[in-house]
Design a protein around this ligand. Structure first.
Ligand code: BMA
Length: 325
């Protein structure tokens, strides 16, 4: 059902005995502690991807000066990570250094021969949030492209192949703060620089009554795109970030075929409910194995650590359909 690579070495645990949930947590969570980088106060919403039989990633850390920065990491098992101590340097297409990676919530997408990183970047001069774009051929040198959109925008998430000849990216127009609204849109580009032809995808509703934003890179299935996303509800004590799932049309991915009315993971454990920002599960990546249908979901917990959860594609698709809105 997954159209993608066979990755037999992704992390995996079977559903624990007695658990009936469609998504279950890794027993050794969190996999990355808050001080995994020397300068870090926290390491959380981060992106990982398979490369050459092993794994690489872009990690979000808030320093002890609360600077939001991105760091490169590598791993042989996608559980234990070696993360560089210094933030990721960017270069322009002429090869000149143009500064280190500032911002948050990275996603990494392999598309054709490039790894494309999108993240919430401060717009020049104003520092307002927008979508930064950079790419690398080798995960060593990263070339920064112009920001994809005007402020204010967050949760820029690419599709892993061109659709109808265009690059496609989700985004979530926002405000300058802790946005109390937000629907998901997607935009098309011929070149990763010029973005337009915008489409509405889904709104905030149900358990995600405040806002929604795309999560990991969508997973291609035979019957459409599996979208895992975050959704937010606001309570008298602040926002709760949970994880949701939907299936989008293959050729017109702004068309939602099924959207699950239940969240698939909600902050429940200590590491999700206690941290710098309590009650946050924020997914930024998956690893999946087409042969077995196994999916490992990587999510930031309580804006403090990185955690992992598992599901199987056939069970998740069945659950989405049986519980569609
Ligand atoms: C969002 C982003 C995320 C964060 C979440 C909860 O606006 O800043 O990085 O996980 O808020 O604080």
């Amino acid at each position: 059902m997954i159209i993608g690579a066979n990755l037999p070495n992704i992390p995996w645990q079977d559903r624990p005995a007695g658990c009936t949930d469609v998504v279950w947590r890794y027993s050794e969570n969190p996999i990355i502690e808050r001080h995994a980088i020397p300068s870090a106060n926290s390491v959380f919403n981060s992106a990982v991807i398979a490369k050459d039989g092993a794994f690489v990633g872009i990690f979000r850390s808030d320093s002890r000066a609360m600077e939001q920065q991105l760091f490169l990491g590598k791993s042989n098992d996608a559980i234990h990570w070696d993360i560089e101590p210094d933030p990721l340097p960017f270069y322009n297409e002429a090869g000149e250094f143009v500064g280190t990676a500032k911002g948050y919530d990275p996603r990494v997408c392999k598309i054709e021969d490039r790894y494309v990183v999108t993240w919430c970047a401060p717009f020049e001069v104003t520092g307002a949030p927008t979508i930064g774009v950079a790419y690398s051929y080798d995960f060593k040198k990263f070339i920064r492209l112009p920001n994809a959109f005007l402020p204010f925008n967050r949760n820029g998430v690419m599709f892993p192949r061109k659709i109808n000849g265009k690059y496609v990216m989700f985004s979530r127009p926002s405000d300058n703060g802790h946005t109390p609204f937000g629907d998901m849109f997607l935009s098309e580009s011929p070149d990763l620089v010029h973005w337009g032809q915008h489409h509405f995808v889904m709104n905030a509703t149900g358990w995600a009554w405040t806002k929604v934003g795309a999560g990991p890179i969508p997973i291609e299935l035979d019957e459409g795109w599996l979208l895992i996303y975050h959704g937010v509800g606001t309570t008298c004590n602040g926002m709760m970030y949970s994880i949701g799932a939907a299936i989008l049309d293959k050729d017109e991915p702004w068309k939602v075929k099924y959207r699950c009315k239940n969240f698939i993971l909600h902050p429940e454990t200590l590491y999700e409910c206690v941290g710098d920002v309590p009650n946050v599960c924020f997914p930024c990546a998956t690893l999946s194995d087409a042969a077995t249908g196994r999916i490992a979901i990587y999510y930031g917990a309580a804006d403090t650590v990185v955690a992992m959860a598992f599901t199987r594609v056939d069970e998740l698709v069945k659950y989405i359909k049986e519980n569609a809105m």
